[in-house]
Design a protein around this ligand. Structure first.
Ligand code: LLP
Length: 434
């Protein structure tokens, strides 16, 4: 399983027309490699599916949190996506990518007054209001700044998809959004409609991430449309926009078989159209905000293998020059990954080993059970599907510098994030007087 990647004439792993061994040699390891062609293909799959399966305007948005760097925001915007941002840092990154603030949609479960002022000053297109505190803050700030805020309300439709509990967001017990079931959502709609400078454009939901079935999305879309229908009757809500969030899963291992983007979008389109007709609602602009399914499978991390420790009858640890500081997902979510040796990706596996990182923690293991051929120190390991929530969640634990990232396309590698240096690591340290 090479996750859509091929091999070079020499039999090495190939990404975007580049030999993985050449990339490792030229840019060092650990190295994030992002296949620009694959990322663009994923973006187009959403755009085309929306155009094919939804008979009214639509707006895809890239959830930049999955991989927020200037280059990914550039690519997403070039492909006609808006950018979902959750912080001033993400807004700033998207701005540097040339994305007009009007094409950004601002999320967050505890936006500060400073962030809201910044977003309004920049002219961010939509603010997704998460709670009553934020709604009242916006009222105050829009009056003070004498400007309008175009908002969606984030609702929790009470759907709990099968995914890791840390990444479920649409259930009743969630820090996010206004619950439909408890009545908060209704109260929020009524309140928003009272506020003179808060323009309620529509509703938003995001039920979780790495979801591998269509059903929970369908249930959420139904719950949202039913709520919109009720609010039209009871509160005079006009649903100009409906944002059904992101969450589509990707293939990390063979066991993950996500639905096609087109299948998901088709199912959602049908529900929105049918229920809009049922409730006499004009078709809203349909927004989706995928992150993982845009960049996840396009990303590969290359490592150099080092120490090998075999504990007979127990386990063999193969250590690499990265670890939880650049990919915390295994430690956080028991994430699963597939790896190959970059010089012979199709070589039959002869052993099951643990791929360990180099942080000072026993739990710093990237893959607990990797199937590999015999390996030697100095060889390059490629771990697939690391494009989403790896670099964006990386840190400097143990003062390891964060890896570089190259985007590859048609045989040309371009550095889009430079490797951190030792000086970068201490740049903000302030020594005490001697
Ligand atoms: N929209 C909202 C409001 C979100 O909170 C998220 C992700 C997305 C869209 C994009 O979801 P995606 O299509 O990427 O599933 N760090 C975790 C995932 C956290 C997801 C956070 N929100 C992980 O590594 O699995």
């Amino acid at each position: 399983m090479l996750h859509g990647f091929g091999t070079t004439a020499a039999g090495h792993l190939e990404m975007g027309g580049c030999d993985a061994l050449d990339l490792a040699r030229a840019f060092g390891t650990p190295l994030h490699v992002l296949d620009e062609g694959q990322m663009r293909a994923s973006l187009r799959a959403y755009r085309e599916a929306l155009a094919a399966h939804y008979p009214a305007p639509s707006r895809p948005v890239f959830a930049s949190k999955a991989l927020c760097v200037v280059a990914t925001c550039q690519v997403a915007h070039q492909e006609g996506f808006g950018i979902d941002v959750v912080s001033m840092g993400e807004i700033h990154t998207a701005r540097l990518a040339g994305v007009p603030a009007a094409d950004m949609i601002f999320h967050g479960s505890n936006k500060t007054p400073e962030e809201l002022r910044y977003a309004l000053r920049e002219g961010v297109g939509r603010i997704v209001v998460d709670n009553f505190y934020e709604l009242e803050l916006l009222d105050e700030i829009t009056r003070e700044m004498e400007c309008d805020a175009e908002v969606l309300l984030r609702l929790t439709p009470g759907i709990e998809p099968h995914t890791h509990k840390a990444i479920i967001t649409g259930g009743v017990d969630s820090k996010f959004g206004f619950g439909i079931l408890g009545g908060d959502a209704e109260q929020a709609v009524r309140r928003a409609l009272e506020l003179p400078r808060v323009r309620l454009r529509g509703l938003h939901s995001h039920i979780g991430s790495q979801i591998l079935e269509v059903e929970p999305f369908v249930l959420a879309a139904e719950a949202m449309m039913d709520f919109a229908g009720r609010m039209k009757e009871q509160a005079g809500l006009t649903l100009a926009e409906l944002n059904l969030g992101g969450g589509l899963g990707i293939r990390y291992t063979e066991e993950h078989q996500p639905p096609e983007v087109a299948t998901l979008v088709h199912a959602l389109g049908e529900i929105v159209v049918a229920r809009a007709r049922r409730y006499g609602i004009a078709l809203p602009t349909l927004m989706l905000e995928p992150g993982r399914s845009i960049v996840g499978e396009a990303g590969v991390t290359l490592y150099t293998m080092g120490a090998v420790k075999a504990i007979p009858g127990v386990r063999t640890y193969v250590s690499v020059d990265g670890g939880m500081y650049e990919n915390p997902r295994t430690a956080l979510y028991d994430a699963r990954y597939t790896a190959v040796v970059a010089s012979r990706p199709n070589a039959p596996a002869t052993q099951t080993v643990a791929i360990a990182g180099r942080c000072c923690e026993s739990g710093d293991v990237l893959i607990w059970e990797a199937s590999l051929p015999a390996v030697k120190p100095g060889e390059i390991l490629a771990v697939f599907s690391t494009g989403a929530y790896n670099y964006s969640m990386a840190g400097n634990y143990n003062r390891y510098p964060r890896p570089a990232m190259v985007m590859v396309r048609e045989g040309v590698p371009r550095v889009v994030v430079e490797r951190e240096t030792l000086d970068d690591l201490v740049r903000k340290d302030v020594p005490l007087p001697a």
